[in-house]
Design a protein around this ligand. Sequence first.
Ligand SMILES: Nc1ncnc2c1ncn2[C@@H]1O[C@H](COP(=O)(O)OP(=O)(O)OP(=O)(O)O)[C@@H](O)[C@H]1O
Length: 284
Amino acid sequence: MTPDTALDGDALTLGFGRQVVVDGISVSLRPHLVTALIGPNGSGKSTLLRSLARLHRPRSGTITLTGTDGAAPRPIDSFHARDFAREVTLFSQSRPAPQGLTVREVVAFGRHPYRRRFAGLDDEDRAAIAHALDVTGLVASAERAASELSGGEVQRVWIAACLAQDTGIVLLDEPTNHLDLRYQVEILDLVRDLAHGHGAAVGIVLHDLDHAALVADELLLLSNGTVHAAGAPLDVLTSEHLSEVYGIRVDVDVDPRTGRLRIDPVGRHTGPPRSPDSTREDHQ
Ligand SMILES: Nc1ncnc2c1ncn2[C@@H]1O[C@H](COP(=O)(O)OP(=O)(O)OP(=O)(O)O)[C@@H](O)[C@H]1O
């Protein structure tokens, strides 16, 4: 992993047809930091992330990449596809498992940007693939047909392929969705390790605000294609901001035991908190 690469989107406006879905947003992904995009359905998170991965062309604004070549930041469009793929990877949802390939072969896709035409895997490729299989809990499944796996397992295979790509910029669109409890925690730990341990610049879309509070150094709270609040989790994940953006009452406090933020979306039918005594009475 090469540290000190960075990706900067400046005043980005993005849309589909006549609809503007991201309206003048700036976002900076810096090495050693996890930047999370949060916000309601349709607020523009995935479109923004895809634009950073060159999969959605901005109507206006610029996206520049500071690459591993040590050169000054330059527009992402000026990178050759293979060079860009050595700098930036994107995990996104809803990719089916390819038919007829083992898990290891799918993860090996991540090494494509490094391979010469018709050349096989070299030791570095094999080491990157082995590491990616290991940290995503797929070693025992490596020779299984990818098409036989469950939805959550397939998701881990694609996350592993991104990790095998070994880029300084890592973009993840809801990587914990569909995963069981263990792998939600493991993927979040992995995301933190990538940034804090390996110096990657991580951009991640998350719906789960507890996950965002756990993993993010910086947060962008989007609402209707604009930034409602940005900064450290304690400043962004406030009752006021979340209630405004999600349109329901959301209580936030800090757990005195762990020091973690506790985010409590209060639905219309939520009753008063129960004390252990009242629970006992219920059963009498
Ligand atoms: N391919 C597309 N064609 C037309 N409109 C699209 C397309 N993809 C997204 N949109 C629209 O762009 C807006 C933003 O979508 P986007 O997926 O970026 O939001 P999001 O914040 O990631 O939402 P979610 O939390 O539901 O995943 C939505 O109104 C959506 O309908």
